[in-house]
Design a protein around this ligand. Sequence first.
Ligand SMILES: *[C@@H]1O[C@H](CO)[C@@H](O)[C@H](O)[C@H]1NC(C)=O
Ligand SMILES: *[C@@H]1O[C@H](CO)[C@@H](O)[C@H](O)[C@H]1NC(C)=O
Ligand SMILES: *[C@@H]1O[C@H](CO)[C@@H](O)[C@H](O)[C@H]1NC(C)=O
Ligand SMILES: *[C@@H]1O[C@H](CO)[C@@H](O)[C@H](O)[C@H]1NC(C)=O
Length: 458
Amino acid sequence: MVNQEQNFSSKFLFLAASFLLLVLLKYANCASFDEAGDQLAYSSTEYGGEMEGGETWTMVQKSGNQFVVNGQPFYVNGFNTYWLMVFAADQSTRGKVTEVFQQASAVGLSVCRTWAFNDGQWRALQKTPAVYDEDVFKALDFVVSEAKKFKIRLILSLVNNWEAYGGKSQYVKWGKAAGLNLTSDDDFFSHPTLKSYYKAHVKAVLNRVNTFNNMTYKDDPTIFGWELMNEPRCESDPSGDKLQAWIEEMAVYVKSIDPKHLLQIGLEGFYGVSTPNRAQVNPNSYAQQVGTDFIRNHQVLGVDFASAHIYPDSWISQSISDAHIEFTKSWMQSHIDDAENYLNMPVVFSEFGVSAKDPGYNSTFRDTLIGTVYTTILNSTKKGGAGGGSLLWQVFPEGTDYMDDGYAIVLSKSLSTSNIVSLHSKRLNAFNSLCSWKCHWGCKKKHVLDNFQFHEEL
Ligand SMILES: *[C@@H]1O[C@H](CO)[C@@H](O)[C@H](O)[C@H]1NC(C)=O
Ligand SMILES: *[C@@H]1O[C@H](CO)[C@@H](O)[C@H](O)[C@H]1NC(C)=O
Ligand SMILES: *[C@@H]1O[C@H](CO)[C@@H](O)[C@H](O)[C@H]1NC(C)=O
Ligand SMILES: *[C@@H]1O[C@H](CO)[C@@H](O)[C@H](O)[C@H]1NC(C)=O
């Protein structure tokens, strides 16, 4: 119970603090607030604005459970487009790369996750172990240099768990061709020769000198960070020890070549055997048996941020229902809480979406799902929590339908979705713009975020 007097004085302090905040922010020319409603309104000339202009394009870093750029917070509103390198490899489709960056940046998306692998397949980057197609590498160079033009940073994934674009099974095929006695695709995680193949690929990509701008990948701030593997699973060892050992070895290896960039594993986020009390958060009982372990895996030395994917339509039931939304909320909240309490790192929901092929699907549901993810992130952001951001699966430009697995969002054809994405970018940018605040006044970021929370609750 609060007595009237205390209530009055705390309200007064709230108002005074909020007024001060508004005045200072206006003075700092970072962001301003629309007092007519409870929604944050952002009034800067363009996304990124001065703080990301030209010479200040610097590496994303991590401070506690948040991302920072130039000492300012950096919350991620981003997307996936996995095929950029392959499209860039052909002059007739290269323009699609530019198109998707252009359309994404127009709604404020500023991070893109994409494949820096294509092993042994059509338009392979790596034709055989450590043998590269220079034209395809130049295509990846193009993707990296083009992203920068749109102020988009890239999360580059280094191998696939799945067979698409080669993956661990391609490494096993190479091993067998070299005469190794291999019995399972999961030998990828444990056989010394296959581990050496993977390391050679890591080394080749990280040390690549971009032919468009002469910048070595490992020094390029356009790269947000590296991802060890897309959705690693090691079903042959439900104890999780085999995958854990691989992550430990590879995280240190990546850091030995490139200590500057952030690193994530690429996990879907299932809770494993080390945390039996989290089993009920998993979408199903099978999830605990795939050899991954959200908390244990992310405690590995060298891993900077956590990931989780969100696919209720694939994990719970294909038919759309409210249960998908409820799952999304509790799944995200649990990972955000664990990132805060056990990992002290940001968590990025690196893939989420819904397939238009699902029974009961409509675009309203898709917007509701996206809105739920964004609200959950924002709720964390306001508290300075570990919800580091999210990446839509997936954004396509027009005319690439033949690559669509049902999840593609064509922004130019989906006005309502575009508006939701755009609004979220504006809201996050208000937090990301807490720059001059710190520069001019030397205040602690945490302090500022507290004030933001108060402001929104007024
Ligand atoms: C191949 O490895 C399996 C399991 O490790 C073993 O049982 C088998 O004898 C090996 N085969 C050869 C030809 O060495
Ligand atoms: C890259 O470096 C080479 C050799 O120093 C130089 O000839 C070339 O002009 C440079 N290219 C760019 C885009 O800076
Ligand atoms: C869209 O789908 C949801 C979930 O299946 C359903 O509740 C809603 O009525 C549908 N809306 C329209 C406009 O069809
Ligand atoms: C976000 O926080 C608000 C206020 O605390 C709450 O009402 C809402 O349910 C939360 N949204 C989600 C998606 O967690």
